[in-house]
Ligand binder design. Structure first.
Ligand SMILES: *Cc1c(COP(=O)(O)O)cnc(C)c1O
Length: 230
């Protein structure tokens, strides 16, 4: 496995992927759009270039319902080397029931059937998944509210002097923490009953990721961030 780092602003580094695929003769390329935890979108031009490579491209669309761009599910019809993965864990909100699906070119199914586990999706996940599909309008209504709240949260976070929030197409916002410890900030928020994710690794130095919640939860968070400003 070869990892290719993202460039400034977390863009997929297409040049570097092209080079790496040639060098190691990679067979599979995994991409995520919207990306977790950065929230950014993989642009059409970049995906088109990557689909020209001699690899099977697997595109993880776990957060696509929250994006202002359409899913690439129907690109599978036009690309023999594209697989799109989707999940009921995020927009449908049934994480833990383990229900998702892949949209694959037909040739790949013959391969997948060979090593498919004999057991199928469990009954609880099946019932919950069917209920989600019956109430898809309600799910999209909630998604629309979350997207509205994401706009409000981003604008508010941009006003916090010690945070550098990144625009997001997902249901969370990644923030660089400026001139103070992201870990300490995470712990300080935790003491006020607010849980955020903390990251500190190459490419994600001193960051927190905040999930978009209900308006009253945004208010609580903003209040807490203000008390921690001094
Ligand atoms: C949550 C998530 C998934 C899917 O999660 P499952 O619960 O296993 O369906 C896939 N990719 C990313 C990037 C995610 O954040």
């Amino acid at each position: 496995m070869v990892e290719v780092g993202r460039t400034e602003g977390f863009a997929v580094d297409v040049d570097e992927i092209e080079r790496a695929v040639g060098e190691v003769r990679a067979k599979l390329l995994f991409l995520t759009s919207p990306n977790n935890p950065t929230g950014n979108w993989l642009p059409d031009e970049a995906l088109r270039r990557l689909l020209k490579l001699p690899v099977l491209v697997v595109l993880d669309e776990a957060y696509v319902e929250f994006a202002d761009h359409p899913s690439r599910a129907n690109w599978v019809l036009a690309h023999e080397n594209l697989v799109v993965l989707r999940t009921f864990s995020k927009a449908a909100g049934i994480a833990g029931l383990r229900l998702g699906y892949g949209i694959c070119p037909e040739w790949l199914m013959a391969v997948l059937w060979k090593f498919k586990q004999p057991y199928n999706v469990n009954v609880a996940a099946t019932v919950a998944g069917l209920a989600s599909l019956r109430h898809v309008d309600q799910i999209y209504a909630v998604v629309a509210k979350i997207k509205g709240e994401r706009r409000r949260l981003l604008a508010a976070l941009q006003q916090v002097p010690y945070l550098k929030p990144y625009e997001s197409q997902a249901n969370f916002i990644l923030c660089g923490v400026v001139d103070r410890s992201a870990k300490e900030l995470k712990l300080a928020l935790e003491r006020q009953g607010i849980l955020v994710r903390h990251y500190n690794k190459p490419g994600l130095e001193n960051c927190i990721r905040i999930s978009v919640g209900r308006p009253e939860q945004t208010d609580r968070l903003l209040q807490a961030l203000a008390t921690l400003a001094g």
